[in-house]
Design a binder for this molecule. Sequence first.
Ligand code: AKB
Length: 324
Amino acid sequence: MDTKILVIGANGQLGSVLTGELQKKFGDDHVIASDLRTRENYKGIFEIIDATDIHRIQEVVTKHKITQIYHLAAILSAKGEETPLATWDINMKTLFNVLEVSRKNTIDKVFFPSSIAVFGEGAPLENTPDDAYLNPATVYGISKAAGENWAQYYFLRYGLDIRSIRYPGVIGYQSLPGGGTTDYAVDIYHKAVLKEDFNCFLKEDTMLPMIFMEDAIRATIELMEAPKESITVRTSYNIAGISFSPEEVVTEIRKLYPDFKVKYKPDFRQEIASRWPKSIDDASATQDWGWQPAFDLKDITEIMVEKLQEKYKKGSRNKEILMF
Ligand code: AKB
């Protein structure tokens, strides 16, 4: 059957970049982007979907004869703490809707994003393995840990080929993140390029696993393209990019912006970050589908600065989603 991919949450930090990469790989007519509202200047097929509405998902799956679903809609860690029960509701109801529509239709592959947020007290902080004890302390993390187990259940019970990655903090210039604990690592580059002082909501030595957007997108597509029989982890795969602390990224940025000023003002997000791994063991991803990151902190800093300089030179100083 002709590959037709539905991306739910296509306007988000990951979704807005992944949609473009899927279009390049499969062709614009094979990718259906969707979100709660349309995206200005989007080139391709776009459907409005509120993923809490199972009938709407079913309608789009039928209309476009969808064969794969990437479910990228979720409320992230920091934002999710503002309304815990609503976050649980949205993150779980949307996943159940995707799982149920997928098992009842001709969906041959599903992608579910998990996160380092599934880890907490009791897991090794260094080189945290896939099978470490999951003890999430945010609603986002709890919903992702539950989601991983539901994904595995639908694989075991219904044979649904659902695959998942535990993303570290994703850093990209193409889109703005929304409500993550790791998002300081995106905002800091915008402030540097705009020559504004930066207030960091984490302590300077808070080491966290991060990944450049290009690596995160490539990992996602490589996982989804891997032969089914090579997938041995049906909860979620750890992947590692590069771990660093705020003071390390400031040091890199100051090589380009020597006068860049930073103040460290830890807030509630410091407590979230302090329970997350400092570094990740992604041996299973390497072994099963050949995962290897390509970008280190120096690369990320050079590319982020170059691309954001280009973007802001074009005059867009207001920080809506920076689409390239
Ligand atoms: C967050 O900070 O909530 C996300 C994540 C690590 O999943 N970026």
